[in-house]
Design a protein around this ligand. Structure first.
Ligand SMILES: Cc1ncc(COP(=O)(O)O)c(C=O)c1O
Length: 404
């Protein structure tokens, strides 16, 4: 057999599988309560709506079965642009590129922007899929710490000054500003302004990835960073995965027209166009008037699950453990005492207590975070959340006691 590695490109050395995918394997055993995958609740998929839309899809035309324009179906681009305008972002169809999920948006932007060794600022902890997309194009990821208000802009400012003194200039900063994956934290309004100010001062772009923004639990929405931007410095990414279904694989990029044209050229080489069927389904769901009420029902569902998890955490966790209190999205972030290695603990959690999570280390570009955990409350029922947290607390207690 040929040793295929001999033929690989140098950049393959930077490609890393995701810890989340590894954790999935552990959750396949029966009886496991898993907080590992950040999947939407399958029972939340609007099946009757999707069935009806699919049935009606081919009555008038067959475009859902044909190749489509690389930039996306024109009508869908218009609808998305209309939504962006409602969110305070001046936007036309020409500013929208429909992508195969926002994961492809991250890949295409990295493909167009990054030369090997280019510096990119990332959240630490940050979304693994984003970190990997940047790594795949050999971007040098520089982690900026987070707290309860999101990115530590003060630390970022110092870092930028230090980098400038060595003639290092980041191409962009990547942020999930609303209900972040993995921490659930939201970047405060003041810090959004300060971030934009820094981006202007040091001349880098901002990638604002917002798949969870509409899954909010009541608090007033903070304006998008892109809504504060008047020079095209912010590239915005959205997705239908969490508000309709990830199976349609439809996301989008909102950016300046010249950048959209360049990204579309990059996309041609990747997949010619996004799935026409997926795009048609999304378009029809937007036109049906039923998407908004569906999103309202998702807010209620996930809010209940968030509440159940917060309640169980405060009932069962030992005092040494701290966690975030998200105002939306799918995730809660746990910090354990520094001497606990959550990756080493995971097989015991699965074998002894039948509960799974994702160790936080993989979300850190500097290899730290070994004592952290990401919990998703999106997929488990309220009863499972209560029981799963009770089990996890028992494992953590045992590990703390064993380390004493
Ligand atoms: C922050 C973030 N960005 C992007 C994605 C990719 O989403 P999709 O490609 O399904 O739109 C995810 C998926 O979980 C995510 O959490």
């Amino acid at each position: 057999m040929l040793q295929m590695e001999r033929y690989y490109a140098e950049r393959v050395g930077e490609m890393k599988g995701s810890d989340i995918r590894d954790a999935f394997k552990l959750t396949e055993e029966p009886g496991i309560i898993s907080f590992a995958g950040g999947f939407p609740a399958p029972e939340s998929f609007p099946i009757p709506l999707i069935e009806r839309l699919l049935q009606g899809l081919f009555r008038e035309d067959y475009s859902g079965l044909q190749y489509g324009p690389t930039e996306g179906l024109e009508e869908l681009r218009q609808e998305i642009a209309g939504k962006m305008q409602v969110d305070g972002i001046p936007c036309m169809a020409a500013n929208i590129l429909v992508t195969n999920g926002s994961q492809q948006a991250l890949d295409l932007i990295s493909k167009v922007m990054l030369d090997p060794g280019d510096c990119v600022l990332v959240e630490q902890p940050g979304y693994i899929g984003g970190l990997n997309a940047i790594g795949n194009y050999q971007g040098r990821r520089i982690g900026i710490p987070m707290d309860e208000e999101g990115l530590r802009i003060d630390i970022m400012a110092n870092r930028l000054k230090e980098m400038a003194s060595k003639d290092q200039h980041p191409k962009f900063l990547y942020t999930v500003a609303n209900f972040q994956n993995p921490t659930g934290v939201t970047l405060s309004a003041n810090r959004r302004q300060e971030l934009l100010q820094l981006a202007r001062e040091y001349d880098f772009l901002i990638l604002e990835d917002n798949p969870y923004g509409l899954i909010s639990f009541g608090q007033e929405a903070i304006p998008h960073i892109k809504a504060m931007d008047d020079e095209g410095r912010v590239i915005y990414m959205g997705s239908f995965s969490k508000i309709l279904t990830p199976g349609v694989r439809v996301g989008w990029i909102a950016a300046t027209e010249p950048l959209i044209r360049q990204l579309a050229i990059a996309k041609q080489g990747t997949d010619l166009c996004s799935s026409s069927l997926g795009m048609k389904l999304v378009l029809e769901s937007m036109l049906s008037g039923e998407l908004e009420p569906h999103i309202d029902s998702l807010r209620i569902l996930y809010r209940r699950r968030r509440d159940a998890m917060l309640h169980a955490l405060s009932s069962y966790m030992p005092t040494e453990v701290q966690w975030t209190r998200p105002q939306g999205g799918f995730f809660i972030w746990l910090r354990l005492p520094s001497y606990i290695d959550t990756k080493a603990m995971l097989p015991f959690a699965v074998a002894e207590e039948k509960v799974a999570y994702v160790s936080g280390k993989g979300f850190h570009v500097d290899g730290s975070g070994q004592n952290t955990i990401r919990l998703a409350y999106s997929e488990a029922s309220e009863a499972e959340i209560e029981e799963g947290i009770r089990r996890l607390s028992r494992v953590i207690r045992r590990w703390i006691e064993a380390a004493m």
